[in-house]
Design a protein around this ligand. Structure first.
Ligand code: ZN
Ligand code: ZN
Length: 378
């Protein structure tokens, strides 16, 4: 600001820059947008107006330095010599990371993380022998399994599992029994509680709950609690719940069916950081590859609309495109306000952690479990 400009000179300058005045106003708005990006990404203000700060071009620094030479603006700092859009994106991401409660002690969620090479990579997880013949690789943990070892353990005998095993080498891939059994994530106390609940439904002890068992139990339960018979609206809700457990629609609910749905309810109550702890490098890498395709600047920052597009690409790749989750994602990216806001990789993976976990079960012939929850979204 120290440059002295005479009145006449300034007049000439302003005349000379008649076109640039409009440009300067635009640039000022862009500078303003930079602070908007930052404030928009702060948790307290994130729901404020849309952010469109990624259209700045090299004209920004050109106009900025011209007006600076003429003493109309302060000189640019060194960091502004970087292309503004990339600089803005990096700044936004750094600011966002400071605001986000995000823990990644193992570094597996890093944007540039690489898949670790497992020492046991070549050994079958069941017999621990080195792989030969038919081997299936788990899409979640990466462990190989001999087809024969799985069958020997009585795994893969039902239609859904055997179809999933046949598809292990397709793009959809296959999840091993350990990874797809979500109840393995439950703490012991919750697991015991769930077993007791299941037994209380399974009155005849045949290890499956049928609709009669289920409705009888719910009717008695309601009567005891409310001292009146189960109203028809509640009965319909119970029938609906039974259908949620009965994914293959065969009229019976096994322990696997029941524990899967109940574990997802439990997962929905867990904090985001807890969910992130459960994620495996291989499944993170798959979702990240779709996010990267949308991230043209390669800085780990895209618009919400682009991130949802990446998410849908991932759902499609896992054969989960005909799900409510897909519809939910379409709706989300069609809300104009949300769509143009910026989202970092870290917030994206946090909001999709539950989707990654609930996409693990093989659901080639049954209704998929994949879900996110509203409060984990932006
Ligand atoms: Zn084996
Ligand atoms: Zn696995």
């Amino acid at each position: 600001m120290g440059t002295v400009v005479t009145k006449k000179k300034r007049f000439e300058v302003e005349e000379d820059l008649e076109v640039d005045v409009g440009e300067a106003t635009k640039q000022a708005k862009r500078v303003g947008r930079l602070s908007m990006i930052i404030s928009a990404m702060r948790p307290s203000a994130r729901t404020d107006g849309a952010v469109q700060g990624h259209h700045a071009s090299s004209a920004w620094s050109k106009a900025f330095s011209k007006r600076s030479r003429l003493g109309l603006l302060p000189p640019p700092t060194e960091t502004l010599s970087e292309p503004p859009e990339e600089y803005n994106a990096r700044l936004t991401r750094e600011e966002e990371l400071r605001a986000l409660d995000f823990h990644d002690p193992e570094g597996k969620l890093k944007y540039d993380a690489e898949l670790p090479q497992s020492e046991t990579e070549d050994q079958c997880a069941i017999c621990t022998m080195y792989k030969r013949d038919t081997t299936l690789l788990c899409r979640v943990c990466g462990q190989p399994y001999h087809h024969g070892c799985l069958i020997g353990r009585g795994l893969g005998l039902d239609t859904n599992s055997s179809r999933a095993m046949e598809n292990a080498e397709s793009d959809i891939g296959w999840s091993c029994p350990d990874c797809e059994t979500l109840s393995e994530l439950l703490p012991m106390d919750n697991m015991s509680e769930l077993m007791i609940q299941f037994d209380s439904y399974d009155a005849d002890g045949d290890s499956v709950i049928n609709i009669t068992d289920y409705m009888e139990h719910e009717t008695i339960n309601y009567q005891q609690k409310n001292n009146e018979s189960l109203p028809s609206s509640k009965a319909r809700e119970c029938e609906e719940m039974f259908r949620t457990y009965d994914r293959d629609n065969d009229g019976s609910v096994s322990w696997w069916d029941y524990s899967m749905v109940e574990t997802i309810k439990w997962l929905q109550r867990q904090p985001q950081n807890k969910l992130l702890e459960y994620l495996k490098p291989k499944e993170i890498a798959k979702l990240r590859s779709f996010f990267r395709m949308s991230d043209k600047r390669n800085v780990g920052l895209v618009t919400v609309g682009e991130s949802e597009q990446a998410y849908r690409g991932w759902l499609r790749a896992l054969g989960l495109h005909e799900t409510e989750e897909m519809m939910h994602s379409f709706e989300k990216s069609s809300w104009s306000d949300e769509c143009n806001k910026m989202i970092t990789w870290e917030r994206f993976i946090s909001s999709k952690a539950l989707a990654l976990i609930t996409s693990r079960p093989n659901t080639i012939t049954i209704k998929p479990f994949v879900t996110t929850r509203e409060e984990t979204a932006l």
